[in-house]
Design a protein around this ligand. Structure first.
Ligand SMILES: C[S@@+](CC[C@H](N)C(=O)[O-])C[C@H]1O[C@@H](n2cnc3c(N)ncnc32)[C@H](O)[C@@H]1O
Length: 657
């Protein structure tokens, strides 16, 4: 056995011992193909590795089991054979039964149940529904639990019922959508169960045993074992219906064809004689035959017979032997008159004395078949007949031993049997390969369907993506346009800021722009010069809390009024200490900072050293000029315009950083 074969056998033994399923009796050709296929599916390349895989992945056994067991089946599979069964066998079977006698049927290896329901339909058609329910029991068995579950469910798709004739489909199935369920009340007569043809006891007293397309997966030895169980299962008049590839040519001792072409067989009630056994034939008539004086002629005829023959008298002496007997066994005319028990022939090649006694006692011919006799370098096969010889008064004269050389016929018979076996095996292999191909075809078809579905899904996803892409593209364009606009606006804003900066820097007055909470937004160069603090130190501070030479607290009322929108102008002259520590008079003018819509955004304070007022620090608050106009020195129209431009461009949070 090669290394490869040995590791395959180890795998099979492992499955038998640890998983309780015996695949060792399955034909290797198909079995290895199926196991290899499963191994390829899980990406394992040798049997030893696969054994490890099976031990680690406990669920793998089920997948392997399902891959190995080919479960191709169908309603009315091989329609012609089923038609023969329906038209010829079933009526004869029913006619042989008493009207209320039960009919027992067994579908062995029923797969997903189509075969069992086909039987149910045929029998219900023959008996009528009521009688069918009362008289028929269909046992349907398989080793595959998944198949049995499907079978019990009894629901099939359109494809699966396409071989059911339309009238039967209508009568025996309920259609729900595209699925067909076999009638529930008839289902009660079909009993499903697990039965392993190799290991389990058969069901008994079966009238019709249907075991199709299962035997062909087993080797010759297991086939013989299963067939003797099926033989046992059948009632004496039982009928066996096999699959197309199963001809039983080499099991004629158990089953004889009723119709070989349709694979329908009858049980042979008892086995034919086995090697070395004897078969007694009808007793000799006791009437005396009219002999006349023909002894001499008899003698001459015996001597000339092509068969080796020896005549032994009733008291056990050799009376005659012919030339063939001499050539074959060495007994010759010299031995005539000697006790037969003294010559070797009496016990070799077979103990003849007891058969002679039996022929004497029963007065009938006794035959001993298939006796091997080694003569020199050759082995002959002999059938020996021991015939009693009676005289005219039916008194016993002796026996005649006739030796038939059946070596050549036996060789031819064995050759024929061997050829038949080979033919059968080849046919079975062809058929099982065919079924494998059908299974693979179904698998491929479902893969194709899956791929088609995946393809459709991919296509629709693709279309969705294309749509999204287009949407993204247009969003992108919009964003681009917004971006361009923003860039333009930012550049406008920057220009406005620069412009404002220029104006603020160019003013002679210090400028502080406050928000509505009096926090400083703008602080120009002149304000820095006046009070010695830089813009970055001031911006964001509360104006009234500024620690500068200007007494900002005194400006609170002025700022409040300005913020409140009380009509101005609002001015004050205050004493202050400038950056250099000198006492100065400062004129502060407040103007409201309004947006384009007139809403208040804060206040603008202009701070200008007043050289006209005395620097006593107690100057009066100039709330308003007499003519209601702001002081030209305090209000700078350029500044206002600039600030307004800044507010309009950047909104109310524009800062000066
Ligand atoms: C190709 S199907 C034949 C189904 C059906 N008899 C037909 O001809 O349409 C072979 C069936 O034999 C079953 N089988 C294989 N080994 C078996 C065993 N040891 N005992 C019982 N059934 C077995 C399989 O499970 C499968 O359902």
């Amino acid at each position: 056995m090669s290394q490869l074969d040995a590791s395959f056998e180890t795998l099979l033994l492992h499955l038998k011992e640890h998983r309780g399923f015996d695949f060792t009796g399955y034909k290797r050709s198909s079995l290895t193909r199926r196991v290899n296929r499963r191994m390829a599916q899980v990406g394992v390349s040798d049997y030893a590795e696969y054994l490890d895989y099976l031990e680690v992945h406990t669920e793998e056994f089920t997948a392997l089991f399902n891959t190995i067991l080919i479960n191709v089946t169908g309603f009315f599979r091989d329609a012609e054979a089923w038609e023969y069964l329906r038209a010829e066998i079933i009526p004869a079977m029913l006619a042989a039964k008493a009207p209320d006698e039960v009919l027992r049927v067994w579908s062995a290896g029923c797969a997903s149940g189509e075969e069992a329901y086909t039987l149910a339909m045929i029998l219900a058609e023959a008996l009528g529904m009521d009688e069918f329910r009362q008289r028929v029991k269909i046992y349907a068995t398989d080793v595959d639990e998944d198949g049995l579950t499907h079978a019990r469910h009894a629901t099939y798709d359109e494809q699966q019922v396409r071989a059911v004739p339309a009238a039967l489909l209508e009568r025996y199935f309920d259609q729900v959508g595209s699925r067909f369920s076999f009638h529930k009340d008839l289902r009660r007569s079909v009993i499903f169960g697990r039965n392993d043809l190799v290991q389990d006891a058969p069901i008994s007293k079966i009238d019709l045993l249907v075991c199709r397309n299962a035997l062909m997966y087993f080797n010759a030895e297991i086939q013989s074992r299963i067939l003797s169980r099926l033989h046992f299962a059948l009632a004496p008049t039982g009928v066996l219906f096999l699959g197309k590839a199963e001809m039983l040519l080499s099991h004629a001792e158990m089953f004889q064809p009723i119709d070989l072409k349709r694979r329908v067989f009858r049980k042979v009630p008892r086995p034919l004689p086995l090697n070395g056994a004897f078969l007694a034939e009808a007793p000799l008539p006791h009437a005396r035959p009219p002999m006349g004086g023909l002894e001499l002629l008899h003698h001459a005829a015996l001597l000339a017979s092509p068969l080796a023959q020896v005549v032994v008298t009733a008291d056990g002496l050799i009376a005659l032997c012919n030339r063939q007997a001499e050539a074959l066994f060495g007994v010759s005319s010299r031995d005539v008159g000697r006790p037969f028990s003294d010559v070797v022939l009496s016990y070799r090649p077979v103990e003849l004395r007891r058969y002679i006694e039996q022929a004497h006692a029963e007065r009938r011919m006794v035959r001993v078949a298939d006796i091997e006799y080694v003569r020199g370098s050759e082995t002959l096969c002999l059938d020996i007949e021991i015939s009693p010889l009676a005289d005219s008064d039916a008194g016993l004269l002796g026996v005649i031993l006739s030796f038939h050389d059946v070596t050549e016929p036996r060789r031819l018979r064995e050759e024929l049997q061997q050829t038949n076996r080979q033919l059968e095996t080849a046919y079975e292999e062809l058929q099982s390969t065919n079924e494998e191909l059908e299974t693979m075809n179904e698998e491929l078809q479902s893969t194709v369907e899956e791929l088609e579905t995946t393809n459709e899904e991919l296509q629709s996803t693709n279309e969705e993506l294309e749509t999204m892409n287009e949407e993204l593209q247009s969003t992108n364009d919009e964003l681009q346009a917004i971006n361009d606009e923003l860039r333009d606006r930012t550049s406008d804003l920057n220009q406005a800021k620069q412009f404002l900066e220029t104006i603020l820097t160019g003013l002679r007055a210090g400028v502080a722009v406050l928000d509505t909470d009096m926090r400083v937004l703008v602080w120009n160069r002149r304000a820095e010069d006046l009070w010695g603090l830089r813009q970055d130190e001031i911006v964001g501070q509360h104006f009234l809390n500024l620690d500068i030479g200007l007494p900002t607290q005194q400006l609170r009322p002025l700022i409040r009024r300005t913020l409140a929108g009380v009509t101005g102008p609002h001015e004050m002259v205050l004493s202050a200490i400038n950056r250099r520590g000198r006492l100065i008079l400062v004129r502060v003018a407040g103007s409201p900072l309004n947006g384009a819509d007139g809403s208040a955004h804060g206040a603008i304070l202009l701070m200008e050293q007043d050289s006209s007022a005395p620097p006593d620090g107690t100057g009066p608050e100039l709330t308003e000029q007499q003519d209601g106009q702001p002081s030209p020195s305090a209000l700078d129209s350029g500044l206002e315009a600039g600030l307004e431009a800044g507010l309009n461009a950047g909104g109310d949070t524009t800062t000066t950083d």
